[in-house]
Ligand binder design. Structure first.
Ligand SMILES: [Fe+2]
Length: 379
């Protein structure tokens, strides 16, 4: 038996933020970061919450939310008897808010409403039961999984992403593509998640380059918000794969932006998954190869053979990363050979243990991870 369900209400389109006006809430806490307070976004969101008695702002979220910061946010919620949390920001703010609300609910013994407002188009965290928290001392990232982490509502506003700089647009956009592709080839993919993943990929391959070149293009920004949310719905159910397993390990050790780490790996991981690293031209294409060839058709890169179709898709991925100035090697992001060699086996082990790796279509061993990593090992 299989099951697929959705929980979050999704508000989208030009005046999506107006959904906050109709929200039933008494004591609201906005969880966000300092940057979004300084640029006025947090106040703009607060001013829309007209029905609440009190709106307070917790603005101490930092990238890769560490455990001690979540404890601080929890103390803030307890102080103010919060009944509704509005998370405003990128994946870090939304993940931190989700983890905080989960602990707060356990502490106060009642349900708390969580509304997620993404200000980057990447994680899809507004519709997933996952939150990634970091233990900086151990150099590890822990993905938490719980139904209770699913936000009650998501508000997708293209307006909030127009000022995102090109590099961040590229990184977060590639996170979307990686979510959708990993979900699409996952061992747990099904007809429902396929529908979300296919649409997410069609939108992302069309509108990510537009949003990168012209950040003010509202249509492209709105479509990328949609793509990010659709990809989130796909991987929420289908899971991810070893691309995320390795990216989490690399991110925790070298502090690389999550989407950038995914983008650097995607070509190499999918080549491994589709067995294009072996003599696949001679044999039958595997399931991943067939699936990648299908996506190649969606983005108008068809071919006579499945292997060539899959290669065409991977070439397009490579081309896009180059166009968007995404580093291709660890050397380009400032990691030295010595540093890397010291940490390589730790990265391999962390990637194998990462929860995301479990749903990868080809079961990797330590050697497979080392082979994938070789694709980005130039210093
Ligand atoms: Fe991701």
């Amino acid at each position: 038996m299989n099951m697929f369900y959705l929980r979050s209400r999704i508000f989208f389109g030009e005046d999506a933020l107006a959904a906050l006006k109709d929200m039933e809430a008494r004591n609201v806490t906005i969880i966000t970061d300092e940057f979004l307070v300084k640029n006025g976004v947090a106040d703009r969101v607060a001013s829309m919450i007209t029905g609440a008695r009190e709106v307070r702002i917790f603005s101490e979220i930092r990238p890769d939310p560490p455990i001690d910061m979540i404890a601080k946010a929890l103390a803030f919620l307890l102080e103010s008897d919060t009944d509704t949390v509005v998370a405003v920001g990128g994946g870090s703010s939304i993940d931190a808010a989700k983890a905080t609300v989960l602990m707060y609910e356990q502490k106060v013994g009642r349900d708390v409403k969580l509304v997620a407002i993404p200000t980057t188009s990447g994680t899809g965290s507004e519709v997933t039961r996952v939150a990634v928290v970091t233990d900086p001392e151990a150099g590890k990232k822990y993905p938490l999984f719980s139904e209770a982490l699913l936000p009650n509502a998501a508000i997708l506003s293209g307006d909030l992403t127009v000022s995102v700089p090109p590099a961040v647009t590229a990184h977060t956009g590639f996170d979307v593509i990686t979510h959708a592709l990993e979900a699409y080839v996952s061992v747990n993919a099904n007809d429902f998640t396929d529908a979300f993943a296919e649409k997410a990929l069609e939108l992302a391959f069309t509108y990510l380059p537009v949003a990168y070149r012209d950040g003010e293009n509202r249509k492209a920004r709105e479509k990328m918000q949609t793509a990010s949310c659709l990809a989130g719905m796909a991987f929420n159910d289908a899971g991810l794969g070893v691309n995320h397993g390795i990216a989490h390990a690399l991110g925790a050790v070298f502090h690389l932006p999550h989407g950038m780490a995914n983008a650097m790996l995607l070509y190499h991981v999918m080549r491994y998954n589709a067995e294009l690293d072996t003599a696949a031209f001679a044999g039958e294409p595997n399931r991943v190869c067939n699936r990648l060839a299908r996506i190649a058709r969606f983005i108008h890169r068809p071919a006579f053979t499945k292997q060539q179709g899959a290669r065409n898709l991977l070439d397009e991925i490579k081309r896009l990363t180059v166009e968007m100035k995404i580093p291709q090697t660890l050397g380009e992001v400032g990691v030295s050979r010595e540093e890397y060699e010291k940490m390589r086996e730790h990265i391999v082990e962390s990637a194998l243990r990462d929860a995301c790796t479990a749903t990868n279509p080809r079961k990797p061993d330590a050697n497979a991870i080392r082979t994938i990593l070789r694709g980005i090992e130039r210093f």
